[in-house]
Design a protein around this ligand. Structure first.
Ligand code: BGC
Length: 899
């Protein structure tokens, strides 16, 4: 073996090149990128001779022609390290509009060098407000109350346009654009993108995201036209049940800057400014997130985004310069797109009304192809479920009208979908169509819309209902990752409720590539933090009520830590550390002798509370104190990971002090005292490590008693439920956890499945076949919180968990129990795909594992191991009658044991 220590050393190129090159939170060749100091990640190929990395070299240049030998931006030089993820860029900070090219090579465990990877590329967006010469433009839309069913309207959608002439041919064109509202843009009659409701939802008073589009192919030499539609969206529409608005006074606006480089090298800019014209007399009459959209085809304006249109009757727009108070930043995660199309499965017609059933509760819009007669108004209603008598159940939309109208301008089949609204539904009801035609399935297609991420993990098992639960979790994710993590997608909320987010984040990270999504929302959390350190109930904080709740605000410590464990990227910790310390300080400010007085939602929606309250029976003070300790602990761990020794000492000591106070106040010999004894009080104490060691066993015993009292059922709400599996697992009560998970009766996960759920419900009993809908109007049928159980399904039933942050070391330790006979999961980790798949046949347990390159796995095989492949890559660490442990190098292996 020849050890190459310098680049000049003669290297044999024998091994396959690095793959899946990404920057920062997982972007591949992005345009309009946000990060001026990105990090670089890559994966080693699954290939013979590649097991780990001993060194890497990254080269970064302003032109592909300079690579690899003349990198003018940065050359990492050969670095002797196994690090292949989140390598920080070491060159000068990148600039707005900059084009960057990079490639990487690595050396394997035998110090053999790979070829250089393919060249990857990214281009920065506009990083500073001062980059914007364009002005915010819009018409002076008045607040209007539109009579009819949609009576909460503020602003009519606007149509804005501008013609411009170019004397030269275009070499490249970028459109930088955003809105106070939501927009859709076309150039010369062509859609610029298929983004849904950009720019998305951020704390608008602090930061608005901007998009960058490559429009080179849309620009023509000579005359051109750009046209933009803008509607209220989250910015100027009502949000929240209290009808809150980000801006009560400011009308929706757009900001657009088209930058052109001509073939002769000259530059030009087309800016949104007072020379643009606009109208509110276009076909979209009304569009609001909660209430829906009204489209009048009689008002269509053919060709309005082309040169071939006369806008003399349009008004001049108002224009306002960009100021410094609201930061304009390139969007730091992916926009919402139409990701899946669902066909109608069943149609029922009754007296001119047709109900279309998609057989899956979903979020997005319908694509309608419906025969109509001129002058008819098609009414389009939505429901998540039908009442037992076949009528539409819409009570749970509360004040959200969630209704669309389409007014036909001629006879024939219309093809239409709403543009600036979305709905949560399984059923679509149409009335007002041409009743001489029989409704057919192709009239309605469900377009499923969510932030554009890829699915990243899989889980299946031998049990149909467990597989349905997995499907419901995934549909909860698809339904509630609409630019921000929402509590629910259908009623007059759809807000970034912080507890819902923190309990579901780990399960979401397994199922989908959502690091960018969470990192972006966590930025909004930091920006929404109150001056006193409090973290609001919802982010972006549209409730404007200055209120906090334990278990909700703690999203700011829990989510970054959980993301760090799954990605290994310290940037998420760095970015959020200040928010964490501020929040811990806030916790402390509402305590007396470290006992919390923080109130609010408590163990929200706990089933069967004795006090009959949504907030459950567990003491609020106990919950507040437990989360105070937990957040202090996570802040201490974060400080340690970031090498902040002093801060670690401080927060670790605080954690211990609070834990001690917690135990003295609420426990005696491991038994809850003076407040209601609930499953959740024991779960918090045990999960967060708040009891002295000698009392833990007792606490566990009391928890088991509480569970037995409930006939082995859970009695937990939003805060307790995610801890149930964690605590029972850690205390060895895996059989009991299986029992609780596989329960069919209320309250349990399978109970909702038995009642027909295709998503996760807000309440354990949102609906039952015997009793119908829960009488509470707060009754979402698409609320991902209880999908938190996914974390345990993947990590323990299938058995894949990170042993070191980012899965650099992986634990594969499935726990097979009745009634399962098989389970399998796979996950794309930062290092590549890991999988674990097990089966029991004739008493023999066989486990197939795939360990990705540049990692190692600790595989724990239950039972007495009969065979494992004799292989250098597998080292037996221990063997007992009940289990054996192996240290496993990258590759694909099978283990067999007798259970
Ligand atoms: C939301 C939540 C949220 C809760 C706060 C509800 O209206 O839908 O899921 O966490 O309020 O208690």
């Amino acid at each position: 073996m020849i050890l190459c220590t310098s680049v000049s050393c003669k290297e044999q190129v024998t091994i396959a090149e690095a793959q899946k090159l990404t920057i920062s939170e997982g972007f591949e060749n992005p345009l309009g990128f946000y990060d001026e100091t990105p990090s670089f990640s890559w994966q080693l190929p699954v290939s013979e001779g590649v097991s780990s990395q001993s060194a890497y070299q990254i080269v970064v240049a302003s032109s592909p022609d300079l690579l690899p030998d003349h990198a003018d931006l940065w050359d990492s030089k050969k670095q002797q390290t196994a690090q292949s993820t989140w390598v920080e860029y070491g060159g000068a900070a990148l600039q707005s509009r900059q084009n960057v090219y990079w490639q990487v090579k690595y050396w394997n465990q035998d110090h053999e060098s790979s070829k250089w990877s393919e060249i990857n590329q990214f281009e920065l967006g506009l990083l500073n407000n001062s980059d914007w010469n364009a002005k915010w433009i819009g018409l002076d839309t008045k607040k209007e109350k539109v009579i009819g069913s949609q009576d909460n309207i503020l602003h009519r959608p606007q149509y804005l346009r501008k013609g411009f002439e170019l004397s030269n041919d275009v070499a490249s064109a970028r459109l930088y654009i955003t809105a106070k509202g939501v927009f859709d843009v076309a150039i010369n009659g062509e859609d610029v993108s298929d983004d849904v409701m950009p720019p998305g939802y951020t704390p608008y008073k602090v930061r608005i995201e901007t998009l960058t589009y490559d429009v080179t192919d849309l620009i023509e030499s000579g005359q051109n036209t750009i046209g933009i539609e803008v509607a209220a969206g989250w910015h100027s529409g009502r949000l929240g049940w209290m009808k809150a608005y980000w801006s009560d006074t400011e009308t929706p606006k757009v900001l657009a800057q088209l930058e052109l480089i001509m073939k002769d090298g000259s530059k030009a800019m087309i800016l949104s400014d007072e020379t643009w014209k606009g109208t509110t007399n276009g076909p979209i009459r009304v569009s609001e997130i909660y209430d829906g959209e009204t489209y009048d085809a009689n008002l269509e304006m053919p060709n309005w985004t082309t040169n071939n249109f006369d806008d003399r009757s349009w008004e001049a727009v108002n224009a306002f310069p960009v100021t410094e108070d609201i930061r304009l930043e390139p969007k730091r995660h992916t926009t919402v797109k139409t990701k899946i199309e669902l066909g109608t499965q069943d149609v029922v017609e009754k007296e001119g009304t047709a109900i279309f059933d998609l057989q899956q509760n979903m979020v997005g819009v319908p694509l309608l192809k419906v025969p109509m007669k001129k002058g008819q108004t098609l009414k389009i209603r939505f429901a998540e479920k039908l009442s037992p008598d076949g009528t539409f159940y819409t009570e749970n939309y509360r004040s959200a009208q969630s209704t669309n109208y389409y007014i036909a301008s001629e006879d024939g089949v219309i093809e239409w979908m709403p543009k600036f609204t979305f709905h949560g539904f399984q059923y679509v009801e149409l009335s007002g169509y041409d009743t001489s035609k029989t409704p057919s399935k192709d009239w309605v297609t469900g377009l499923v819309q969510y932030s554009d991420f890829e699915e990243n993990g899989t889980f299946t098992s031998s049990h149909e209902k467990l597989n349905q639960l997995q499907s419901n979790i995934v549909w909860g994710l698809r339904g509630n990752f609409f630019d921000i993590p929402t509590d629910c997608p259908q009623r007059d909320e759809r807000m970034g409720w912080t507890a819902d987010a923190q309990v579901f984040a780990p399960a979401s990270m397994f199922n989908a590539d959502v690091y960018k999504f969470w990192a972006s929302w966590m930025q909004s959390v930091g920006e929404s933090q109150y001056d006193n350190g409090g973290v609001p109930w919802v982010v972006p904080d549209v409730l404007f009520n200055n209120k906090v709740s334990a278990g909700w605000g703690d999203a700011c410590t829990i989510i970054p830590w959980k993301i760090y464990l799954r990605t290994g990227d310290k940037k998420i910790l760095e970015e959020n550390f200040e928010t964490m310390t501020g929040w811990v300080k806030y916790h402390e400010s509402v305590t007396k002798n470290y006992i919390s007085k923080m109130g609010f939602f408590a163990d929200w929606l706990q089933p069967l509370p004795e006090n009959g309250d949504n907030k459950g029976d567990t003491s609020k003070s106990l919950i507040g104190t437990a989360f105070f300790a937990h957040s202090a602990n996570l802040t201490a761990k974060t400080a340690k990971a970031l090498g902040k020794a002093e801060a670690f000492e401080k927060y670790n000591a605080l954690y211990k002090t609070v834990a001690n106070a917690f135990e003295n106040k609420f426990f005696e010999n491991g038994k809850v005292k003076d407040v209601a004894e609930t499953q959740t009080s024991y779960l918090l104490a045990l999960a967060f490590g708040l009891l002295s060691e000698e009392h833990e066993a007792n606490a566990k015993r009391h928890l088991l008693e509480k569970i037995a009292e409930a006939d082995n059922h859970l009695r937990t709400g939003f805060l307790g439920t995610p801890l149930l599996s964690e605590v029972l697992d850690a205390t060895g009560e895996i059989e009991l956890m299986y029992k609780i998970l596989f329960n069919e009766t209320y309250p349990s996960w399978f109970y909702s499945i038995n009642q027909g759920a295709t998503t996760i419900w807000e309440r354990w009993n949102s609906y039952s076949k015997d009793e119908g809908f829960n009488p509470m109007k707060m009754n979402s049928l698409n609320h991902y919180a209880y999908g938190a159980i996914g974390e345990w399904m993947y990590e323990r039933i299938a058995g894949i968990a990170p042993l070191e942050p980012g899965y650099k070391a992986i634990r594969i330790a499935p726990v097979p129990k009745e009634p399962l006979t098989s389970a399998a999961a796979s996950l794309n980790t930062p290092y590549g795909k890991v999988s674990s798949s097990w089966e029991i046949k004739d008493g023999i347990f066989s486990l197939n594992v795939v360990v990705p390159p540049n990692t190692t796995a600790k595989v724990v095989v239950p039972g007495s191991v009969e065979t494992f492949e004799e292989n250098d890559a597998i080292e037996k660490i221990s063997a007992e009658t009940e289990k054996a442990e192996f240290l496993v190098q990258p590759g694909n292996y099978i283990f067999k044991s007798k259970l």
